[in-house]
Design a protein around this ligand. Structure first.
Ligand code: WT7
Length: 652
């Protein structure tokens, strides 16, 4: 399972400085705690829970579950009977018990450099109480759903926590979504109120949220679901008092039940993941807090920055809930990594002396394209730990992140997790785990992974197959809101007794786990399973290539063939020599079986606004099928037309 000793070869070791103060300072310590956490989860999590406020303690067993559909209904119970309020734990406890009232909770950096604000825990508590009163005065009650469609501003956090305070369920809709998507989500979760803003700038583009919200509400009405109440923050016109209704007395604290719903992550249609992933308050709170503390080795003087949008689960877990539970100071950034120029991230790192920085491989590859100079213009001396999440990070991007951004001082925590898992499940601990570029390394405490073959047999030692988990941890989803059967079918039916992640995974000789990508991103070429991510990684290793996306195209003999899209670095042009080099590169890295059948020069790739490549669209381009289905989540739809125009008709 976990090796007795950490490997010493072909690994990167964390910084010695970090080990001095780290919560988990060595691999031996990690191993000892890990064994304790899986053999005695009640005791392990019980200790974690001691740090929090509970109105009522849990009764009975800490964790109870059934993962086997053949034995009855799937269930996960954690801390049954406990009641608390997550907002109380994040704010009142920090202000009144932990003496963090004057500590800065958020350093807000606007889209325009120089646009900045700070807010302390005390101020946040006041604003949340006031806004909770506004919500109550608008008739919002415990259990009601509230839709939040806002830019990355402090008021977004205020709105979320005000909902949590009164026991309402917030449904944060990423402000990059269209009116149609917003309407769909409002109806899905039957929201009674919408909180939005007049608008904001993303780079130099104005996003008119008021217009989009009006349109969404009109659509809701047309579909027979009129939303009567809407609160709008005047963000562009800079009159934030308008929404907080201010001057009302602080709201009385309420303690909604543990099993209060917390819906996150509307499913992306490219993944077989249903919407309405339901988490529960205490498990989610414990898990986001402890993963934040240990994976980023949180220290009280840290300045932490997670670049994700709060509209996605990463922002929920690692901007709002985890860091605030610890009383951390975070940067909250409204803008883009490329605006006004591609140095913006590093400028912000220096400006606020960011110590822990968490971003996505797509952002790393984007910035890598512009070379080292924009990074090296800034000092980055404050950085201690770098993190990544969202997709497998190709070793080349990992190396660049580690060598150039972190100057070999900062461990890179490649955190594998899903909306469903609530928080990190496979991840290095920065002072304990020797790193291998591209591997999410080992399980977090309480998490028991296994690799299964197609027949559902557990594979031992070095192997490749389906990544599954054998027992739950507190942050794991409990059900699909309103559709428990869907929960069972999606995650437990294929292999009874296991939670199926849907990701492929390889375990190497040292026991390290390597995510090979979604199983649905796998293709079968002449009876060989290939991961599109692996081919992409091989392509990106070529110096001309900035980004690559590989999809399958049906092939009469081989079953499937590889259709590759490549975005080239600035200033490089596409020609046949390059094409031949790329083919050779993939053949050399992976084997002849993976030789690309088609390579298309793609100056732009179809991406969601969160930066994920929509492979579904690429598959259609590869097959020249014009019926694209719903592409409303695309950041830039003009890319698609360009892709069709440049299609390759014959194999290379
Ligand atoms: C899927 C989950 C978890 C927050 C953001 C995405 C992929 C995520 C990694 C990683 C390899 C990763 C998986 C997973 N993924 N992190 N470090 N290495 N793959 O949440 O939208 O629920 O997506 O993202 O395929 O299943 P999500």
């Amino acid at each position: 399972m976990i090796p007795d000793k950490a490997p010493k070869e072909d690994v990167f070791l964390g910084s010695e400085d970090l080990k001095k103060e780290a919560h988990v300072p060595s691999f031996d310590k990690y191993k000892e705690l890990y064994i304790h956490s899986v053999e005695n989860p009640g005791e392990f999590w019980g200790d974690v829970a001691k740090d929090f406020f509970w109105r009522n303690k849990h009764t009975g067993q800490f964790l109870d579950y059934n993962f086997d559909v053949t034995k009855g209904e799937i269930f996960i119970k954690c801390m049954e009977g406990a009641t608390t309020n997550i907002c109380y734990n994040l704010l009142d406890r920090n202000v009144h018990e932990k003496k963090l009232a004057d500590k800065i909770a958020f350093l807000w950096e606007g889209n325009e450099p120089g646009d900045e604000l700070t807010v302390t825990y005390r101020e946040l508590l006041q604003r949340v109480c006031q806004f909770a009163n506004v919500l109550k005065s608008q008739g919002v009650k415990k259990g009601d759903r509230v839709s939040i469609y806002m830019p990355m501003v402090v008021e977004l956090v205020v709105a979320m926590l005000a909902c949590a305070r009164i026991g309402a369920v917030h449904s944060v809709v990423f402000a990059g979504f269209s009116a149609e998507s917003l309407c769909e989500r409002i109806i899905d979760s039957q929201c009674s109120l919408l909180i939005t803003a007049d608008g904001f700038y993303r780079g130099d583009k104005l996003i008119n949220l008021k217009l989009l919200s009006d349109e969404a509400l009109q659509k809701c009405k047309d579909k027979g679901f009129p939303v009567k109440k809407c609160i709008m923050l005047k963000h562009l016109s800079k009159e934030p008092e308008e929404i907080v209704g201010s001057r009302s007395p602080p709201a009385k604290r309420s303690c909604p039940d543990l099993e209060q719903k917390k819906q996150t992550g509307k499913a992306k249609k490219t993944r077989p993941v249903p919407q309405g992933v339901l988490h529960t308050v205490s498990g989610y709170m414990l898990y986001t807090a402890i993963t934040f503390k240990l994976v980023f080795d949180y220290q009280p003087d840290d300045i932490y920055w997670c670049t994700a949008d709060i509209g996605w689960i990463t922002g929920h877990s690692y901007i709002t809930y985890g860091p605030m539970a610890l009383g951390a100071t975070s940067v909250l950034f409204e803008g883009l990594p490329t605006y006004p120029d591609v140095s913006r991230m590093w400028e912000i790192v220096d400006k606020y002396h960011v110590t822990k920085f968490y971003t996505a491989p797509t952002a790393i590859r984007l910035l890598m394209k512009f070379g080292n100079e924009p990074v090296q213009k800034y000092k980055r001396k404050s950085l201690k730990i770098l993190g990544t999440v969202g997709e497998p990070i190709n070793p080349e991007a990992w190396q660049w992140y580690y060598n150039v951004v972190g100057e070999k001082r900062c461990p890179v925590v490649d955190t594998f997790w899903q909306t469903e898992t609530g928080g990190h499940v496979l991840t290095p601990l920065p002072a304990a785990t020797p790193m291998k570029p591209g591997s999410a390394t080992f399980p977090f405490f309480g998490v028991v992974p296994a690799i299964l073959n197609e027949s559902g047999e557990e594979l031992e030692g070095p192997s490749e197959g389906y990544l599954v988990f054998k027992q739950p941890w507190p942050g794991m989803m409990r059900t699909v809101y309103g559709n428990h059967q869907r929960f069972e079918t999606t995650y437990f039916k294929k292999f009874p007794g296991y939670y199926v992640t849907g990701d492929g995974c390889r375990r190497d000789k040292d026991g390290y786990y390597w995510i090979t990508g979604r199983i649905d991103d796998m293709l079968n070429v002449s009876g060989h399973l290939l991961s599109t991510a692996e081919v992409e990684s091989a392509l990106v290793e070529h110096k001309a290539v900035a980004e690559a996306a590989v999809v399958s195209r049906p092939h009469p003999v081989k079953g499937e063939s590889l259709y590759c899209f490549v975005t080239l670095n600035d200033g490089v042009s596409y020609n046949q020599t390059l094409e031949a080099e790329l083919k050779k590169q993939v053949r050399e890295k992976i084997g002849a079986i993976a030789t690309p059948d088609y390579i298309q020069n793609a100056p732009g790739l179809p991406k969601t606004r969160s930066g994920k490549i929509m492979r579904r669209v690429l598959r259609k381009v590869a097959c020249n099928e014009k019926d694209l289905g719903d592409i409303s989540t695309l950041a830039d739809s003009s890319v698609v037309e360009q892709l069709f125009q440049n299609r390759c008709c014959t194999a290379v």
